[in-house]
Write a protein that binds this ligand. Structure first.
Ligand SMILES: *[C@@H]1O[C@H](CO)[C@@H](O)[C@H](O)[C@H]1NC(C)=O
Ligand SMILES: *[C@@H]1O[C@H](CO)[C@@H](O)[C@H](O)[C@H]1NC(C)=O
Length: 245
């Protein structure tokens, strides 16, 4: 009867953890998601004070791990180890802190966020299964907070929506295709430049030839004609001149 009453009381105060869905922080700190981290709002005013000094854990799961999630599997056990995620286990537990560290209400101006994936030192350290290590890929992931006391899990929130991280640009692909691209561009530009230069040279040569008689090849082509025309005109003029006179 008492737990039910407490539950009703907690619900009435808006502190039924199941009603809370973890969300990405709306604070614009910059880089709320990176390729291996994301920033959540701290679960403030989510768990009832009646849980005392219970420890709040963050569960990070792949979406298919949500349906098979067993909340009684102990944090730090192999089935919840960060280092085995996501290949050998579908969820890990990290960022443990006592409820006392999430005081309610939060004080104004306090930054109340959690960066998931920020700890690189324990990434491959199997003795630290609760490592808050970098997320192993873009996801998507779903998260929830679970409160534990010495007897086991005592409260939990709902699962978040799917959280998808930024995709790393495959950096050795871009320069390669860029290099291939620019190589082709350079080749094409060179060919076009050479073609254009050749055309221009030919044009200049032709102009020079037409402008002067210095061109041997051209003169044999144009001179006799000019001479013929000149002779014809001369002849014609001479022919007609006497007739007119
Ligand atoms: C979190 O849990 C680990 C393993 O159970 C423990 O060693 C560590 O002291 C805990 N950290 C906090 C802040 O409670
Ligand atoms: C754990 O929490 C539950 C529910 O609040 C409570 O009934 C139980 O006594 C607690 N156990 C310990 C060891 O604090």
């Amino acid at each position: 009867m008492l737990p039910l009453l407490l539950l009703l009381l907690a619900t009435a105060r808006g502190q039924d953890p199941m009603r809370y869905t973890p969300t990405l922080s709306s604070l614009s700190l910059g880089g709320l998601t990176t390729t291996s981290t994301f920033v959540l709002d701290q679960p403030r005013c989510v768990f009832p004070d009646t849980l005392g000094d219970a420890v709040i854990w963050l569960v990070v799961a792949v979406p298919q791990g949500v349906y098979s999630f067993n909340s009684t599997l102990e944090p730090g056990s192999p089935g919840r180890a960060y280092q085995l995620f996501p290949d050998s286990t579908s969820a890990y537990m990290t960022l443990n802190t006592t409820l006392l560290n999430y005081p309610c209400p939060k004080t104004d101006g306090e930054i109340t966020v959690l960066r998931v994936g920020s700890e690189t030192s324990c990434q491959r350290d199997n003795t630290r299964p609760t490592c808050n290590g970098p997320l192993p890929g873009p996801g998507p992931y779903r998260v929830k907070f679970v409160a534990w006391n010495d007897s086991g899990p005592v409260a939990e929130t709902s699962w978040s929506e799917r959280i998808t991280l930024k995709t790393a640009a495959p950096w050795n692909n871009i320069p390669t295709s860029d290099r291939g691209h620019s190589a082709a561009m350079i080749a094409l530009t060179s060919i076009l430049t050479i073609l254009f230069a050749t055309l221009l040279a030919g044009l200049v040569a032709m102009l020079v030839c037409w402008g002067s008689d210095a061109c041997g090849g051209s003169s044999t082509f144009s001179k006799p004609e000019a001479v013929t025309v000149q002779r014809y005109n001369t002849h014609h003029v001479y022919d007609q001149a006497p007739a007119r006179l």
